[in-house]
Design a protein around this ligand. Sequence first.
Ligand SMILES: Cc1cc2nc3c(=O)[nH]c(=O)nc-3n(C[C@H](O)[C@H](O)[C@H](O)COP(=O)(O)O)c2cc1C
Length: 330
Amino acid sequence: MAPADPLDRRLAVAPMLDWSDRHCRYFLRLITRRTLLYTEMVTTGALIHGDQERHLRFDPAEHPVALQLGGSDPADMASCARLGADWGYDEININVGCPSDRVQDGRFGACLMAEPRVVADCVGAMKAAVSVPVTVKSRIGIDDRDSYAELVDFVGTVAEAGCDALILHARKAWLRGLSPRENREIPPLRYDVVDRLKQDFPALPIAINGGILTLAAAVRFLDRLEGVMIGREAYQNPWLLADADRLIFGDRKPVPTRLEVLEHFVRYVERELAAGVPLNAMSRHILGLFQGQPGARAWRRYLSENAHKPGAGAQVLTAALPRPRRTHAA
Ligand SMILES: Cc1cc2nc3c(=O)[nH]c(=O)nc-3n(C[C@H](O)[C@H](O)[C@H](O)COP(=O)(O)O)c2cc1C
């Protein structure tokens, strides 16, 4: 089946629990207009029984933005996908990569790689419920079930169910014995496996993820794959994304400066503060703005020490600026 995938997924920022929340995404969107942004994983339980608005609200400026769901019950996944589409998300993604114990107890995340049929049923039910693309983010294997044949079986089953694109974190996960953090570092990266899979599934859009630190590296993958997803580096060094619109998407609009980005973000922060959001919930995402620049450490320290104080306002952000810049941003 030819997937109907209207999204340009050449570059994406990964779903990251506690990191890629709506404030983070708003900030990153000021740096890159075209990069696809993913939410944190939201479980079907949280959406069905919890505060939907808290989990799903986002600013229209964040488009294109994909909602990542965690779950394994096809009917629940379909109704949560519908909710996401109704809220305006541009894609609904299924988490088949998270190895945490909590997620395994709920029978979703990476452990679903052992149950391709369940993931396919979720994809099928979600596809029937929404018209936006439905995608899967997985590892390349789990535990001892890490043969290429098992991966092909998983991908084939999911692709046949209508999955519009696959994002592969190019390392396996150990479900026992490694923490989620170790599972992002210890199993070796196997980009060759992703390349091989692309050859075997030429019609399925595939994005690669894991350990990609520069746009130059991303461009090299785009020769042969439809997309690249960057996680930690995009969060810790967000200015990495400043050249993305030009380099990856061929967009000729000028790149804003860090100060312009900050000025815009200050206006956003003022609006959100007025709505009751604490400064620290937003400022924590911009600690990396001056990464690699003179004064970066003082900027981080000032924000970390002052943003959580009671009554802290948006002026903390400009007061934290490295000295020579402060006067221009005021
Ligand atoms: C703090 C943090 C939270 C994460 N949360 C999620 C998540 O909610 N869903 C998911 O699929 N992956 C999650 N991941 C994994 C990333 O999406 C990505 O696959 C991983 O970090 C590898 O990419 P990178 O090397 O570019 O960081 C998380 C990673 C980090 C660092």
